[in-house]
Design a protein around this ligand. Structure first.
Ligand code: ZN
Length: 208
């Protein structure tokens, strides 16, 4: 992405993104008063694990997953989770929760001594696994979305779920190319109002 291919998506004041699919999930609540949304959290997810393209991730976030459809789903029965965004293998973006609201993606987590990262973060799920590279279309969509989010919110850091919940979570995993992502974000020329963005390796985490 460069100056000639500026993002075609934007986050409105109500926290919903134009130009992407929208599936309003019931799994959210209000952020604490006065909290600054300064952290972006990158995840991976696939349902069933390692299989791509089904409706199951959206179904999970919408509380409509048929938990009898696959043996793995049995353990998801009582789960109430969401992310703000999901980026499919083909780069399609779906938004489930307004960025102004608290999505339920990070669980028990800590960033710079602040616990419960959902309160001050935005969560993006990439359809994928810890065992396979992500698609170019996903990096392009992620960079575009990151740009739009920085224009709307004072994001200062991007971390993986694995970095804010170490020992408990492993996503986005070793195949997520943080350097590639950082380079794409850097070339997107953020709005003047945007904060500088730090990546995991700025915090001593390995970029792999
Ligand atoms: Zn995760």
């Amino acid at each position: 992405m460069n100056r000639n291919s500026m993002p075609s998506v934007a986050i409105a004041e109500d926290g919903w993104c134009s130009g992407v699919l929208r599936e309003p999930s019931p799994n959210f609540d209000a952020r604490p008063d006065g909290v600054e949304i300064d952290l972006l959290v990158i995840h991976n997810i696939s349902l069933p694990p390692g299989e791509f393209g089904g409706p199951y991730i959206s179904d999970l976030f919408m509380n409509r997953l048929d938990c009898d459809a696959h043996p793995y789903f049995d353990q998801l029965r009582s789960l109430r989770v969401s992310a703000h965004f999901l980026i499919g293998r083909n780069g399609d973006v779906t938004q489930f929760v307004s960025t102004n609201a608290r999505a339920w993606h990070a669980g028990v987590s800590v960033f710079e001594d602040r616990e419960k990262c959902n309160a001050f973060s935005i969560g993006i799920e990439l359809e994928g696994t810890d065992f396979l590279p992500f698609a170019s279309e996903q990096y392009e969509a992620l960079a575009m979305l990151t740009h739009a989010l920085r224009v709307r919110h004072p994001l200062r850091n991007v971390m993986g779920h694995e970095h804010i919940a170490p020992g408990r979570k492993t996503d986005p995993g070793p195949f997520f190319d943080w350097v590639r992502y950082q380079e794409m974000v850097a070339s997107a020329l953020p709005d003047d109002r945007a904060e500088m963005l730090s990546f995991p390796f700025s915090h001593g985490k390995s970029p792999r």
